[in-house]
Design a protein around this ligand. Sequence first.
Ligand SMILES: Cc1cc2nc3c(=O)[nH]c(=O)nc-3n(C[C@H](O)[C@H](O)[C@H](O)COP(=O)(O)OP(=O)(O)OC[C@H]3O[C@@H](n4cnc5c(N)ncnc54)[C@H](O)[C@@H]3O)c2cc1C
Length: 355
Amino acid sequence: MASKKMLCSEWEPINPMEYKGIWVYVEVEGGHIHEASLQLLGEARRIADELDTYVGAVIIGYGIKELAREPIYYGADKVFVVDDPRLEKYYPNLYGDVVCKLAKKHKPEALLVGGTMRGRELAPYIANNLKTGITADLTSIEVDKETGDIILIRPPFGAWMLAHIKTRNRRPVMGSVRPNIFPTPERNEDRDGEVIEETIDEVLDPRMEYLEYTPIEKAEEIPIEKADIIVSGGKGLGSKEGFKLLEELAELLGGVIAGSRKAVDAGWIPHDRQVGQTGKTVKPNIYFAVGISGAAQHIFGIREAKRVVAINIDPDAPIFENADYGIVGDYKEIIPALIEVIKEMKMKKSGSAKN
Ligand SMILES: Cc1cc2nc3c(=O)[nH]c(=O)nc-3n(C[C@H](O)[C@H](O)[C@H](O)COP(=O)(O)OP(=O)(O)OC[C@H]3O[C@@H](n4cnc5c(N)ncnc54)[C@H](O)[C@@H]3O)c2cc1C
């Protein structure tokens, strides 16, 4: 017999006052804590201080005990650790079940999850199992000074407005946050905190078969969110071929290539290189926007860039309003000219170094 789906209105009521602490799910992959989790710990610290509560970090996996103190150095007061051989491989429902079990036991007021590939899968699973709401891809967090409510803020579906979302009657308040929305706090080994080792006695059923794991990111490629120099292309490149020119420029400058959503949708560049609201937030020293019009959703992803150089054939393109330097013209003429100048400069430099 098919099980009857419960409506939200039929959920057991909870008492929000029993829930304390701002938790962060700390993602570990390949023996490293994901930068997005460290960024969330900094933000959790800020909110916890406003609410006079503690920051909790949940870190689960196998062979991860030696990382247990790391979240403390980035702002956590308590770290809940589950180090279990059954968690050696990542199964979303298995990891999700463990996080839910800890949340049911310790009742955090909020739970933040990095909007990484893994986090985007885990967060809704956890929210569904804890019967709470979730704000995906939030961009800032506020605390209502009068009520102490946590308000999660995000732009709704690309509009020029911000939605302020309160989860009134369910706990934890849950949100996922893309990498680089918040800065990474300074690591401070002098910070003190408590490591709490938890065990899972229940049978953990992955309910799926693990066939193979192929990391998508090539080891030698710098992810765009970590790059210092980005040469980014848009629909104005006209074809995939245009990216070859951008690649040449990026290589000369020691940077990487990225693109707008239209370039991704056209299949000219992979989705993990998309900059913007539904792509990644980047924070390079220099961002070249080539043949990119400057839509709000794209600008959202480059607001942390130190300098923006826009190259566009249309002098009225909105990208120029968000650029530090603008070049009006056809990229097919401008990029080769830039490449030539940089090559010449490099040759002169290596020549003078030899002399
Ligand atoms: C919910 C939602 C989320 C979105 N998320 C994202 C996102 O994450 N990232 C993102 O980028 N977009 C996103 N978009 C899409 C966004 O609204 C724009 O459609 C997109 O950014 C436009 O891409 P573009 O600038 O490459 O293309 P266009 O807007 O078509 O601009 C092309 C530009 O190239 C210029 N050009 C043409 N020929 C040349 C030439 N020869 N040399 C130089 N310049 C030339 C043109 O003047 C024009 O300014 C989202 C939209 C929605 C609704």
